[in-house]
Design a protein around this ligand. Structure first.
Ligand code: GUN
Length: 321
């Protein structure tokens, strides 16, 4: 379909670099709080032994340490009950040193996730999952906004990807990414289409996108026939593959990724086929090193914001929080 076109270069949108800049900018705000004797504090609640969750939480607490933020890890066994978890969250809500509370998802099957999310005090809800914050976002009012969508929007801004008037197609309607991202892009005056597992003619809808966001957790779902020339592709998927043949098929025989698989026994792939955007898309976020680092940077930013609104504001003039 695009054979007669000159092969366009596809820019990599470097999330690591953007995240570093965001964290550098945060340092000034953290220093400002320190002058008032305040250290923003983040509590991460990790339930069970999911290795991916453990990795994510580890990386969040390491970033806190680098920024000299106070961090606390609360580890609970798989067997914890919803009331026990609610009691832990209640304590963190009352703890003045804690500005942000993050309950790592997914929670074990027996836990009522929605009730747990609604128990986090909205002013400490640095994940932006509390219904009050979700409602504020839907109404375009200030509040705490989920980190991954916020990171995506910041990246698009930094990379000067025009959002106003653009058609943004989001594949995935989760409360963590798809729905809040749709609200943010709407607020930025994009025309937004949200697709999901029952969307008809998915490829065709995706081909009408100026900005295509894949956030479904299906390895390499988005192939070349989803892309039109010049599209900006944002790949939110982080899928760990353990089947060598699948990795070989996706990345190719001579790819460094296959070599790395042979050393580690697994490889990460996004929701976008790794070879699909090349020469067609104008820009793409890599996996890893795209959206992931931004999610963590925005978590730090939300924690600082929560501290500024909740504690610094009570000492000085109220800020716009
Ligand atoms: N699991 C996957 N993404 C997220 C996230 O953004 N926040 C939390 N708490 N858990 C997650």
């Amino acid at each position: 379909m695009n054979a007669t076109k000159t092969e366009a270069t596809t820019r990599r949108l470097d999330g690591r670099k953007a995240a570093r800049r965001i964290l550098e900018e945060l340092e000034e705000r953290i220093a400002g709080l320190a002058r008032q004797g305040l250290v923003p504090g983040l509590a991460a609640v990790l339930v069970g032994e999911d290795p991916a969750s453990r990795l994510y939480v580890g990386s969040k607490t390491r970033t806190c340490r680098k920024l000299a933020l106070h961090s606390r890890l609360v580890e609970l066994p798989d067997s914890v009950t919803t009331p026990e978890l609610l009691a832990v969250i209640g304590e963190l809500n009352r703890d003045d040193e804690i500005d942000g509370i993050l309950v790592q998802l997914p929670l074990p099957a027996g836990i009522d996730t929605a009730t747990v999310q609604a128990a986090v005090h909205p002013a400490k809800d640095v994940d932006g999952f509390h219904p009050l914050n979700a409602g504020k976002l839907a109404q375009g009012r200030p509040g705490l906004v989920p980190c991954t969508p916020l990171g995506i929007v910041r990246l698009l801004e930094r990379e000067r990807v025009p959002v106003e008037g653009a058609h943004a197609v989001i594949v995935g309607r989760s409360n963590i990414v798809g729905k809040p991202l749709a609200q943010l892009l709407l607020a930025g005056h994009a025309t937004v289409t949200v697709c999901h597992s029952r969307t008809r003619r998915l490829e065709e809808v995706c081909r009408s996108a100026d900005i295509l966001v894949a956030a479904v957790g299906r390895p390499a779902l988005v192939g070349r026939d989803f892309l039109s020339p010049g599209v900006v592709v944002v790949d939110v998927g982080v899928n760990r593959l353990e089947d060598r043949e699948q990795v070989r098929r996706l990345f190719g025989d001579d790819s460094p990724r296959l070599e790395s698989f042979d050393r580690r026994g697994s490889a990460l792939v996004g929701d976008v086929h790794p070879r699909a955007p090349r020469g067609v898309a104008s820009a793409v976020t890599p996996v890893p090193g795209g959206v992931g680092p931004l999610t963590i940077a925005m978590l730090m930013s939300n924690t600082v914001q929560a501290c500024e609104s909740r504690r610094a504001a009570s000492r000085r003039r109220p800020s716009e929080g």
